[in-house]
Design a protein around this ligand. Structure first.
Ligand code: ZN
Length: 78
């Protein structure tokens, strides 16, 4: 039995509500919309940021997950 100290991350395609889509790494908490996909924080005001898409395998369509970010990141990006 292996205990990992660092949460494993997945490379996904992030399609934000604002701006260009890009490839980012997310951990399970971020994937499930419980942590900011920008800074990995869970405190403060988290707002919908768009979706990330995980590769579902050969021939399958990517699976979309709604993700969140802190509202201040959105303000800073505009
Ligand atoms: Zn954040």
């Amino acid at each position: 039995m292996t205990i990992s100290t660092s949460p494993s991350t997945t490379l996904v395609e992030f399609r934000p509500l604002v701006g260009q889509s890009r490839r980012i790494h997310v951990n399970g908490e971020q994937l499930h919309g419980r942590r900011c996909v920008d800074c990995n924080g869970a405190d403060g005001k988290l707002v919908p940021a768009g979706h990330v898409y995980t590769d579902a395998g050969e021939g399958a369509s990517p699976y979309g997950w709604p993700v969140v970010v802190h509202s201040e990141h959105l303000a800073a990006g505009q």
